[in-house]
Design a protein around this ligand. Structure first.
Ligand SMILES: [Zn+2]
Ligand SMILES: [Zn+2]
Length: 703
């Protein structure tokens, strides 16, 4: 399915930059004045409206009226702590009804699966080590059901939490997409090609600012403030940003070569609780008026962003209203654009004053980190390199330059001239690096194969001059628009090369039809560099980069950007010496708890690095080791004390923690019946398992 084929709340054929949306209310009923709210939603120019259905059609009528008024509903089918359950039949029937009656095709099934509360009691613990695979399995099954009914299933939004150890959204996305590609490649591809989309919860927080020229910046972490502190930082280092969706978008592209619609169904610029917020001290804080200004600027910025990245479809900030739209609990009362008592915040009038979306938004300059590569390639070896139909017999990873020494002599006459061989080396290197971004043999976890199906490779053919051609062009590739090109080449064009779209579907700007100095019988696909022509141009005295620029229109020959070697993996976590029990109670947002004794310092750190400390015994009303930590934001907090680290999620409630010391358990390795060296071997292998680390020791007994 192409991006333009997805149904949107726009007249067909219009330029789709209508990204404005809103998350309605956090409950699954619609007991309010429908017409009054629809009027407000339309006045604010909303094209999308996220709402929650309990699976029985509980908000069907309201969704239907929205659609009749030109607003596209996005329906989250709500189940309390659903995972790892699939959808009940009733919910599937409800989905069918939404589609059949022309209300919407857009559905979200699971929500923030990287949070323990989204799993049935006990399942998070029971599925340790298998949570992500379980999520992938149930999501694929449910997504197939939605697609079979004509709906669009969302890959579920994670709670943005960076790379924190247990809940970190970036780890969840990376692992889920890898599992999908490696184990369920065909099923996942089918879903993403037939209506699948990506839901995210892109939270701006205060990660935005206005520069001296008055222009707003929402591209954190690619903006000046973050890059000044952490040069080279990317969204894969931390995803608390309006750009957080780049994590799943990049992974989908990397593993499947696909682009699907992206809608942020929560997130946006949060209402400042109590009138002021500044979670990250590097960026300016804001009040209610700052919230209004930022929200308007965010929508305008995204309208331009969506022109540059047409897969970005919509943004539905959290939250339109709470009690006024029927959510009885006070949990989100501070988040609503309409407050229970204060009435509408300045954001409402500010968004209404925006009018319709920009009719001709100027694209944003692309927000792209430099693509960095390592210098290796993973090669699928076929039984016979000269037969592209022979089976793949093994997969090897080798240094890129070593690989190229086996490619150049197999695709071009090894005698030279050197200039033509160098042009060939650069083309082959570009083609190979391109497969690192778009693998051609993902089914065996390889980038490329050693036959003409991809690019032939036979190291036995290498000669001194072919090695020289590779060595003198080390790390050099052809780039178009700063990106490495898919450098096609072939044997002989017969006098004129071809446009890529005349042979395949895609029109590559650097594969244009150009004249060639060599005629004769055409051989090969005719797109890109002509081998006979390259040899002739070299004989005429052209340099290797002149040859390349003749066949690849508009390219530059540049060095590839090589990534620094990855940091060493972190040491395995120590087994906990303490046990944490979590209990949730209604009440204001707060962390309280008890330790068995007073005097233990505990710190809670939020995802933006702000730490809040307390000491056990300072709040004796909770017990002799009681403590209390004030919390201002819903987030995953990292708790640290006495060298221990735990994570706890706070979601508008009061969290009671009980900490107890785990008894030290030691097993003994009995020595009487075992040789001493065997015994030490056993001890060593046990200590490689994190679970058993430091649990065993050897006792030598006198005999
Ligand atoms: Zn191949
Ligand atoms: Zn030619």
């Amino acid at each position: 399915m192409r991006l333009q084929d997805y149904e949107r709340a726009l007249p067909k054929g219009s330029q789709g930059t209508d990204i404005r949306g809103i998350h309605g209310v956090a409950c699954y009923s619609a007991n309010f004045d429908h017409n009054w709210w629809i009027k407000r939603i339309r006045e604010m120019g909303m094209a999308w409206y996220k709402l929650i259905d309990d699976g029985s059609g509980s908000v069907f009528d309201f969704a239907n009226k929205l659609r009749r008024n030109g607003v596209m509903p996005i329906v989250r089918i709500f189940q309390d702590a659903p995972l790892p359950n699939r959808l009940p039949q009733k919910a599937l029937d409800t989905i069918s009804r939404y589609i059949r009656e022309g209300v919407t095709r857009w559905f979200e099934i699971y929500n923030e699966p990287n949070i323990p509360l989204e799993w049935r009691p006990g399942q998070w613990e029971a599925l340790a080590g298998r949570r992500k695979r379980t999520l992938v399995e149930v999501w694929l099954a449910v997504a197939e059901e939605v697609i079979a009914r004509g709906g669009y299933p969302a890959f579920p939004a994670m709670a943005q939490s960076g790379r924190t150890p247990l809940l970190g959204s970036i780890h969840w996305y990376e692992d889920c997409f890898r599992i999908m590609a490696n184990e369920f490649g065909d099923r996942a591809r089918y879903i993403f090609e037939h209506g699948g989309w990506i839901a995210t919860h892109d939270a701006v927080l205060n990660h935005c600012y206005k520069d001296e020229s008055g222009e707003w910046h929402f591209e954190c972490p690619y903006d000046e403030i973050t890059q000044r502190d952490h040069p080279g930082l990317t969204i894969f280092d931390g995803d608390n940003s309006l750009m957080g969706h780049r994590v799943p978008v990049t992974l989908l592209k990397r593993h499947f070569g696909l682009e699907v619609p992206v809608i942020s169904t929560e997130g946006g610029v949060f209402v400042p609780h109590g009138g002021w917020t500044q979670p990250d001290s590097r960026y300016p804080g804001y009040d209610y008026h700052g919230h209004a200004e930022r929200t308007v600027a965010m929508y305008r910025w995204l309208e331009r962003y969506a022109v540059t990245y047409p897969w970005f479809f919509g943004m539905c900030p959290w939250l339109l209203a709470n009690r006024l739209m029927g959510h009885a609990a006070p949990a989100w009362r501070e988040d609503g654009w309409w407050h229970d008592e204060r009435g509408k915040l300045p954001v409402v009038n500010a968004v209404m004053a925006m009018g319709p979306p920009l009719s001709d938004p100027e694209p944003l300059p692309p927000v792209e980190p430099p693509v960095e590569f390592d210098r290796n390639i993973t090669l699928a070896i076929r039984e016979d390199w000269q037969d592209p139909n022979s089976p793949i017999v093994r997969v090897v990873t080798m240094p890129m330059e070593e690989y190229l020494r086996g490619v150049v002599p197999s695709v071009m006459t090894p005698e030279g001239p050197l200039k033509a061989l160098k042009a060939q080396a650069v083309a082959a290197r570009s083609y190979a690096y391109y497969t690192k971004l778009h693998p051609r043999h993902a089914e065996v976890n390889a980038n490329i194969c050693n036959s003409a199906h991809c690019q032939t490779w036979e190291p036995a053919l290498a000669t001194e001059i072919t090695d020289q051609a590779v060595g003198e062009t080390e790390d050099m590739v052809a780039k178009y628009d700063s990106q490495v090109v898919n450098a096609f080449y072939f044997a002989n064009c017969g006098g004129q090369t071809k446009n890529s779209e005349d042979v395949w579907r895609e029109a590559l700007p650097y594969c244009r039809s150009v004249p060639c100095p060599v005629g004769g019988e055409p051989e090969g696909h005719g797109v890109g560099m002509c081998r006979e022509g390259a040899l002739e141009l070299a004989r005429q005295g052209k340099s290797f980069d002149e040859i390349l620029k003749h066949y690849y229109t508009g390219i530059d020959v540049e060095e590839i950007v090589v990534a620094p070697p990855p940091p060493p993996p972190p040491p395995p976590p120590e087994p906990h010496r303490w046990r944490m029990t979590v209990e949730r109670r209604p009440g204001p947002r707060l962390i309280v708890g008890t330790f068995p004794r007073p005097g233990i310092q505990i710190t809670a750190t939020d995802p933006w690095g702000n730490g809040f400390s307390s000491v056990s015994g300072s709040k004796p009303e909770y017990g002799p080791g009681g403590f209390e930590i004030l919390i201002f934001h819903d987030a995953t907090y990292m708790l640290q004390f006495l060298g221990e680290t735990f994570e706890v999620e706070v979601r508008g409630d009061r969290v009671h923690l009980t900490f107890e010391e785990v008894e030290e358990v030691l097993w003994r390795v009995v020595t009487q019946w075992m040789e001493e060296d065997k015994m030490e071997e056993l001890l060593e292998s046990l200590s490689r398992e994190p679970t058993y680390q430091d649990r065993f020791h050897i006792e030598y007994q006198e005999t």
